[in-house]
Ligand binder design. Structure first.
Ligand code: ADP
Ligand code: ZN
Ligand code: ZN
Length: 814
């Protein structure tokens, strides 16, 4: 008898590969265990067992596996089912899903490079093999798995490496460790007993003759009237007192220390009960549960600051009490400490966080905890990739801000949409999905209206604060009347001034980073271009640099025009950096902060700025769309949109929907507490229908109009879109390939094929790009359509000249 296993290899090839195993191995191996195998020219890979059988492969002699890497499956059958769906639906290989799903430490292969862990302390017992590698790393900074096979003189090296990783001796190289550890800022406040202003005199009396302490408390109240969190250092300085005085008040439990900014999740045992829901929230909560009795998916459409998170919390609590797992999905950049802190207070001992800025070790830890269904990983808060974790018993998936386009993965494959993949995952677990948004995606709302999803609405803000008052400022008019200072209208300047006078904070939104998107020669009109991409370079004034936002290319700002030598170079358009600069001139007293890709790199960059804004160390925060994501700042009374027009004019069928969502979401940052907030939107087109809809909060109207257009022009939700992208460094080759492909596809799809077209940015990183788009009506059979596409792809790749062209398929490209 011969025994075989079919395995998934982490490569783009569609099929499974068969390897030979012994009888003993056949009874030990289970689907979801890893094995090391050789593939191609003596390359070693980590593969995943899909099944075990006794049928020899046809057409090739099966090789033996090198060794088994796990004692128990690390991937379960529910996951495999989900992966199969993703691979079928999004037209990629199971291997690509496998590669995306596992933390890289689980996926060793011959090219993987390892290095010594700098934090390794020499007190571990090492085996002979382990010591050989450790020693080799004293002489070479990194080793590939290949090198290690040579050093140890055997092919079965993965377990040795696995042990070394677990003993923290080595790390996998692609892992970049974060050097920066955020500083903990120490703040001080009155303990709850003493926190009300009415207790001041009682408090002073109670201090009796302790004069220093009394003075300190009075100074504290002075600082408190500024309505900002009070740093310990500030209090000490202002009161001119020594640390022991503060300490004695802390010992008396009158004052207490607290910190803003936290490192990774570190449950400190501090918890609070979830909040009592308001009548309206309670009604929504009940209605969600009723909907779940009939529907697998329910949409909670609740305006900004209506308290959606509190409703989620109550649902989560019920599930956790039943011992079920809950997945809370958020767009990557909305995963802020704000929300983490909030959930940690409610569910500290259950909460794990998972996202791409976490180190490999942290991710492996979360994976293992979920695999063992540990209590501390029952509630997972994560970005889209947390869909792939080894859940065994999901009770509920929440997709918050479900309209966000960053739930879609564009590159590399699998090009999945996390919201849609979540619905399938929940189905596999026989559980429910709650989608939440103030501005649902048109598809989602359509599904709800059609009765496919349940629909629950919540149209009151918590505390009955009114939605902000939105004012459209016509800057065409302002320019004509010379009432602009730089990019600020007199109206916006006045509103900022009023807010600052009231000691309130301001958020300004500008969709572009950098200083100016285009530099142009006034003499000949030429703009400096990226040498590798088909785009103009963006001017960043801080470093006097030109940068490409597509490939990262940078060069010093030239003094002369490259084309004609003229010295007259001017800038056009504007970005966050320029707004920041203008603010310094307009409001020299105010502290201005900037939040965009340039200022938020690194694991803590983003949190640092949010922390400062929260602590009110920043008065005006300028930023890109990062600002729109689920942030909750109590003291922001004004939001300004610097220019609404460039997003409206973006060439995409979703531009209007997206503009609406973005503007409503940023507006939602204003006036979340007590007082009604204000929003000013500067535009050249105040009568644009989308701006009108934003200013009157008319989601329904926006939805109906957009839906009509989608119907008319054959877009989702009525049609599916499959987009094919071809890329190659040789212009002619990609051109010929695209034409060939266009002809073949149009013979099958006729007028449902658009293209080949050249995208607005036709070259990125020296690759020329062509697009072909296939529109599929909902009545068409999706499977046979996909099969047709795959057939044509195979013939395309059978042509020798076309084989090197990169061929991407993106299903539901939106
Ligand atoms: P959303 O997610 O809908 O924008 P949030 O859940 O962030 O709204 O709620 C907005 C603010 O109102 C938060 O500061 C939250 O703590 C507060 N809040 C909401 N509901 C309640 C409640 N029932 N009791 C106390 N505070 C609440
Ligand atoms: Zn010129
Ligand atoms: Zn470039």
């Amino acid at each position: 008898m011969n025994y075989y296993t079919n395995v998934i290899l982490p490569i783009p090839l569609q099929k499974l590969f068969t390897y030979k195993i012994t009888e003993a191995e056949s009874s030990f191996l289970k689907p979801g265990m890893r094995v090391a195998v050789e593939f191609g020219k003596s390359k070693v890979y980590t593969a995943l067992v899909f099944n075990v059988h006794q049928t020899a492969p046809e057409g090739y002699e099966a090789k033996e596996i090198y060794q088994i890497l796990d004692d128990i499956p690390i991937v379960n059958e529910l996951q495999l089912k989900h992966w199969e769906w993703i691979s079928n639906y999004y037209m990629c290989s199971l291997g690509e899903v496998f590669r995306a799903a596992l933390p890289s430490a689980f996926l060793l292969e011959s090219e993987t490079e390892i290095k010594l862990n700098t934090e390794f302390s020499n007190d571990q017992e090492l085996s002979d093999d382990e010591f050989l590698i450790f020693e080799a790393l004293q002489h070479q900074t990194q080793l590939s798995i290949f090198n290690i096979i040579e050093i140890l003189g055997k092919k079965t090296v993965f377990p040795v490496i696995k042990d070394l990783i677990e003993k923290n001796v080595i790390v996998v190289k692609e892992q970049i460790y974060e050097q920066y550890k955020p500083k903990l800022i120490k703040y001080i406040r009155l303990t709850e007993v003493w926190s009300s202003n009415e207790k001041l005199s009682e408090l002073i009396d109670s201090l009796g003759r302790a004069k220093k302490q009394r003075e300190l408390i009075l100074t504290y109240f002075q600082l408190k009237s500024l309505k900002k969190p009070i740093k310990v250092s500030d209090l000490q300085e202002k009161a001119n007192c020594s640390a022991p005085v503060i300490k004695s008040l802390v010992d008396k439990e009158i004052l207490e220390f607290y910190f803003i900014q936290k490192d990774r999740i570190n449950f400190e045992g501090k918890t609070s009960e979830i909040k009592q829901l308001t009548t309206f929230q309670e009604a929504a909560f009940k209605s969600i549960k009723e909907n779940f009795e009939q529907k697998q998916v329910t949409l909670l459409k609740g305006i900004t600051s209506s308290g959606k998170t509190e409703i989620y919390a109550k649902l989560i609590k019920e599930k956790l009490e039943k011992g079920e797992q809950v997945l809370y999905l958020l767009p990557e950049i909305a995963l802020t400490t704000q929300l983490i802190d909030r959930l940690q207070l409610y569910f500290g001992e259950y909460l794990s966080v998972f996202h791409s800025k976490y180190s490999m070790n942290e991710r492996v830890e979360v994976w293992n905890n979920i695999c063992e269904n540990k209590k501390k990983a029952r509630l997972v808060l994560g970005a889209r990739s947390s869909l792939f974790l080894p859940y065994s018993n999901i009770g509920l998936i929440i997709v918050d801000e479900e309209h966000e386009s960053s739930f879609k993965q564009y590159d590399p494959a699998p090009r999945y949409h996390a919201r849609d993949a979540a619905v399938v995952l929940a189905n596999i677990h026989k559980s429910k999905v709650l989608l939440g948004s103030a501005t649902p995606a048109v598809e989602t709302y359509y599904n709800a209206k059609q009765g496919k999803y349940g629909l629950v609405e919540l149209n009151r803000r918590f505390g009955d604060v009114l939605l902000p008052e939105i004012e459209l400022v016509d800057i065409k008019e302002k320019h004509r009347k010379k009432r602009m200072t730089g990019h600020f209208s007199d109206r916006l300047i006045k509103m900022i001034k009023d807010a600052l006078d009231e000691k309130e904070q301001v958020i300004l939104f500008q969709n572009r980073r950098g200083f100016a998107p285009v530099v142009e020669c006034e003499t000949c009109g030429v703009s400096p271009q990226c040498p590798q991409c088909d785009v103009s370079l963006t001017f960043h004034s801080y470093r006097k640099e030109l940068r490409c936002h597509y490939c990262g290319y940078r060069q010093a700002m030239p003094y002369n025009c490259v084309a004609c030598g003229s010295e007259k170079l001017s800038t056009k358009g504007f970005g966050t950096e320029q707004i920041e600069l203008e603010l310094h001139q307009l409001f020299p007293e105010a502290n201005v902060g900037r939040m965009d890709l340039d200022t938020t790199r690194g694991k803590y960059g983003y949190q640092k700025i949010i922390g400062q804004f929260e602590a009110q160390e920043i008065d005006i925060l300028v930023g890109t769309q990062m600002l729109s994501k689920g942030l909750d700042f109590g003291n922001v009374s004004l939001v300004g949109v610097m220019n609404a027009d460039n997003m409206l004019n973006f060439p995409d069928f979703r531009a209007h929907e997206r503009s609406y969502q973005l503007m409503v979401q940023v507006s939602g940052r204003a006036g979340r507490n007590k007082k009604r907030g204000k929003v000013a939107i500067q535009t050249f087109n105040p009568f644009h229908q989308i701006l009108q809809q934003v200013s009157t909060n008319s989601y329904e109207e926006m939805f109906k109009e957009q839906l009509d257009e989608r119907w008319q022009y054959h877009y989702p939700p009525f049609y599916r879109i499959i987009k094919i992208t071809l890329r190659h460094k040789d212009f002619n080759r990609v051109e010929q390939g695209a034409n060939w492909l266009g002809k073949s596809l149009s013979s099958v799809f006729h007028e449902d094929l658009l293209g080949p077209t050249t995208p607005a940015i036709s070259k990125i990183r020296n690759y020329y790009i062509r697009h072909l788009v296939i529109k599929i009506s909902k009545k068409q059979n999706l499977t046979s359509t996909k099969n047709n596409i795959i057939k044509i792809k195979n013939s395309f790749q059978a042509i020798k000249e076309f084989r090197p062209i990169k061929f991407n398929i993106d299903v539901d490209n939106y």
